[in-house]
Design a protein around this ligand. Structure first.
Ligand code: NI
Length: 168
C-alpha cells in the first residue's frame, strides 16, 4: 500500500468530473486500499478518488470512533434524501478550514461495494453528510462552494500563500 498525494484547493484538477467505474479489477482494489491508507494517514473521515487525481467514481469513508469500519462506494447515486443536518465540515483538500454546512440529514444511496457488488445504504447525520461531501468531489464540487464568495476567496488566498511558501 502507499500514501497518495492529496490535491489542495484551488487546484483545478479538483474540478474534473469523475467517470463511472466499469470493471472492479485488481488495479481498482489496489487504489481503494491506497485511498484508505491515505485517508487514515491524513486523519480524515472520507476521501474521493478525485482528491488523489484519479477521476473515477470511487469514495472511501470511515466515520467510526475506532477507525475500524472502512466503507467503499463506487458509482454512488443518491436515490432519496430528506431532513437536515448541520455539521462543521472540513476537507483534506482544504486543510485547516472548517465551516458549518447544512445538508439533508438522511439519504439512501446506491452504488457498488469494494467487490463490485450492488449495495444500497441508508445513512443519517454524519455519515449522510460525509457521503454527500464525497459525492460532491466526484462532481468537481467542494464544500467551500457552499460558502459566500468572500469567505471562499479568503480561504483561497490563505491556501495560495501556504502553497507559495511550500514552493508548490
Ligand atoms: Ni473533502
Amino acid at each position: 500500500m502507499s500514501i497518495l498525494t492529496i490535491l489542495e484547493f484551488p487546484d483545478e484538477r479538483l474540478r474534473k468530473k469523475a467517470a463511472l467505474v466499469k470493471n472492479v479489477d485488481n488495479h481498482i482494489k489496489q487504489l481503494i486500499d491506497d485511498m484508505l491508507e491515505t485517508m487514515y494517514h491524513a486523519g480524515g473521515i472520507g476521501l474521493a478518488a478525485t482528491q488523489v487525481n484519479v477521476h473515477l467514481q470511487i469514495l472511501v469513508i470511515d466515520t467510526s470512533e475506532e477507525k475500524n469500519l472502512p466503507l467503499c462506494l463506487m458509482n454512488p447515486e443518491i436515490i432519496s434524501k430528506d431532513g437536515e443536518f448541520e455539521y462543521k465540515e472540513g476537507c483534506l483538500s482544504v486543510p485547516e478550514f472548517f465551516e458549518k454546512i447544512i445538508r439533508p440529514g438522511r439519504i439512501v444511496v446506491k452504488g457498488l461495494d469494494r467487490n463490485g457488488e450492488p449495495v444500497e445504504i441508508e445513512a443519517n447525520d454524519l455519515l449522510s453528510t460525509c457521503i454527500q461531501h464525497e459525492i460532491d468531489h466526484l462532481n468537481g464540487k467542494l464544500f467551500v462552494d457552499y460558502l459566500s464568495p468572500l469567505k471562499r476567496q479568503r480561504i483561497k488566498a490563505k491556501l495560495d500563500k501556504i502553497h507559495r511558501l511550500e514552493g508548490r
